[in-house]
Design a protein around this ligand. Structure first.
Ligand SMILES: *Cc1c(COP(=O)(O)O)cnc(C)c1O
Length: 431
């Protein structure tokens, strides 16, 4: 990032960071570089690129000019020094853990996570010999007790799916710091507009760019952002980054690349060998989405607040988890850690239980019943019968996704229209 960019505001950076007029054509919008490979300037240039002595484009599984603009844009907005974009949010989570973990190692994770992440961490990563321990991150002692000699990372969401619970990132970062472990924060539901975890002490930030960053429900994508602040050599626990890397002819990433070690390892080893690459077409859609991120997030937050307040006063509604409400036990924390707003994701517990949830979902007309969030459109889902279906009843409750709960992702439509839709659906349907 140039020094000038450091002084620009968020709204300027969301439009400009990483991009410049195309040097070949002058094209002002970032072109979709739909090319698999890039011609080397000569044999020496090719060798230098392969040795990581020079950074450039070789093959689009590793690097692509459109994807590179997105990487720089997201890294800049998050206040990181580099980012690796990948095919989905779940790919980004694997890419975040991959350089840190080896068989027998574990990640200590919050029990308030996106359902798919709970499944990925509790089941699928076991095939790699990794494991996860889930704890309540509001219980500092439980978190400290869960960390052992084989722990390699601490993982949480900033604003967490589905309930909109807000993690006290500075408090968790302090614990990570005390024990010398990297803190990974999934910032999907907050976006860097509402929360910049690196400023609050996180080491890595992961995103499902599928959600608010793209913002219109079009393409899948993910990103891992590195703060560049973690000392990968201090503890001897991260040999992929500190010791000679056999998968890259004995290169020591941390010694050679200093703060860029994690990002370059992610590209040179992670994308090269796991192939979780983002395609340039998707990167283009996401870049266009990010241009309006602040405008959309302000509107998402404003609408969510209006609708949460209205729902809270409705007789069919037993509970609204939106932390922007003064009635929320997390309201003070939200104001302190997320002063620009509590996001647009929350759950509603209906007095009528499971049946009432299913009826509501079926009767709504403007809200779409989909397994997605962070769209410009308002969305609703009944997690217990869908996204959180693979979880046990206890895991569902812990994740804030019990059977009498629906999750709302409030869009940017006219708030009165959304309220009218909720009203007709809660009160028996329009027909
Ligand atoms: C959707 C989501 C993911 C997974 O991202 P995909 O792009 O669907 O792979 C991870 N974390 C959170 C918080 C999400 O909302």
């Amino acid at each position: 990032m140039s020094d000038a960019l450091k002084t620009y505001g968020f709204e300027t950076l969301q439009v400009h960071a990483g991009a410049r007029p195309d040097p070949a054509t002058g094209a002002r919008q970032t072109p979709i570089y739909q090319s698999t490979a890039y011609v080397f300037q000569g044999a020496d240039h090719a060798a230098a690129l392969f040795d990581l002595k020079e950074i450039g484009f070789i093959y689009s599984r590793l690097t692509n000019p459109t994807v590179a603009v997105l990487q720089e844009r997201i890294a800049t907005l998050e206040g990181g020094i580099g980012a690796i974009c990948c095919a989905s949010g779940h790919a980004a989570q694997l890419m975040a853990l991959f350089p840190l973990m080896s068989p027998g190692c574990n990640v200590v994770a919050s029990n308030r996570l996106y359902g798919g992440t709970v499944t990925q961490f509790s089941q699928t990563i076991k095939r790699l010999g990794w494991s996860a321990k889930f704890v309540d991150f509001d219980d500092e002692q439980a978190l400290r007790d869960a960390i052992d000699d084989n722990t390699r990372a601490i993982f949480c969401e900033s604003i967490s799916n589905p309930g909109g619970y807000v993690t006290d990132i500075p408090a968790i970062a302090k614990i990570a710091d005390d024990v010398g472990l990297p803190l990974i924060v999934d910032n999907t539901a907050a976006t860097p507009f509402l929360c910049r975890p690196i400023e609050q002490g996180a080491t890595l930030v992961v995103h499902s760019t599928t959600k608010y960053l793209t913002g219109n429900g079009t393409v899948m994508g993910g990103a891992v952002v590195d703060s560049g602040k973690f000392d990968w050599s201090a503890s001897g626990k991260f040999p992929s980054l500190s010791d000679p890397e056999p998968a890259y002819h004995g290169l020591k990433f941390h010694e050679t690349f200093g703060p860029y070690a994690f990002t370059l390892h992610g590209i040179a080893i992670g994308l090269r060998d796991l192939g979780t690459t983002l395609n340039p077409q998707a990167a283009h859609y996401t870049l266009m989405g990010i241009e309006t991120l602040s405008l959309r997030m302000q509107r998402h937050v404003e609408n969510a607040m209006t609708i949460a307040k209205w729902l809270e006063g409705h007789p069919e509604v037993a509970e609204v988890t939106y932390t922007g409400l003064e009635s929320s036990p997390y309201h003070a924390r939200q104001k302190r850690v997320y002063p620009k707003g509590a996001g647009a994701l929350f759950t509603v517990r209906l007095a009528g239980g499971y049946e009432a949830c299913v009826d509501l979902v079926d009767r709504l007309e403007l809200f779409s019943h989909v397994a997605n969030l962070g769209d410009a459109r308002s969305l609703i889902i009944h997690p217990a019968s869908t996204t959180h279906r693979q979880l046990t009843a206890d895991q569902q409750e812990a994740a804030g996704a019990g059977s009498d709960i629906v999750r709302l992702s409030i869009g940017i439509e006219t708030a009165d229209d959304l309220i009218a839709d909720l009203k007709q659906a809660l009160e028996g349907g329009s027909t």
